[in-house]
Design a protein around this ligand. Structure first.
Ligand SMILES: [Zn+2]
Length: 182
């Protein structure tokens, strides 16, 4: 199972390094709690908030340091995913929104040409892109499986490492798919 994860990271690390940009930066710098608070959530002392994605009277959305998971409606993801869901944006658009809102000073115009340069510069990029796309798709499916199979059953349970990985990597994987189809 971990083979897929390792090869995925090597793959992205080699050729896709420059695409890794904002998304990783957001996750490295911004705690989920801050993003949640910024977008209007009141997180209580046990890290719970009322879920904005379903009618929620008692807080059932758990905010982990890097991720969120709702025990009511079952949604989960990372900070970028949260903004994407809240504002009905793609992962890529949500990353741009967060970079805007939190002053990362990255705009769409800065960013897109950079991705295009990568395409122009590297002839073998297309070949890489195809295998990258296939690999990213495979990895995405694997993450979906982990998210379903290993979701925590209650609020006090320590989340399963594969579930956490799915929360941490799924938004980014979707984001890569967005970029690879630009
Ligand atoms: Zn919910």
């Amino acid at each position: 199972m971990h083979f897929a994860v390792c090869s995925f990271h090597i793959l992205i690390g080699n050729e896709g390094g420059r695409l890794e940009n904002i998304f990783s930066e957001i996750k490295a710098i911004l705690p989920m709690t801050e993003v949640a608070a910024y977008y209007g959530l009141h997180v209580n002392r046990s890290g719970m908030a009322c879920c904005p994605f379903h009618e929620d009277k008692n807080p059932s959305l758990k905010i982990y340091p890097q991720n969120y998971h709702c025990f009511g409606c079952g949604v989960s993801g990372d900070a970028v995913d949260f903004a994407a869901r809240l504002y009905n944006l793609s992962q890529y658009q949500a990353a741009l929104k967060i970079s805007d809102d939190f002053g990362f000073n990255l705009t769409k115009t800065d960013y897109v040409p950079q991705a295009k340069n990568v395409l122009d510069e590297k002839r073998h990029f297309e070949q890489w892109e195809k295998s990258a796309f296939d690999n990213v798709c495979k990895y995405f499916k694997l993450l979906q499986k982990w998210r379903e199979e290993h979701a925590p059953k209650n609020m006090d349970e320590q989340p399963h490492p594969l579930f956490v990985e799915s929360l941490q990597e799924m938004g980014y994987t979707e984001y890569l798919l967005d970029i690879l189809t630009v």
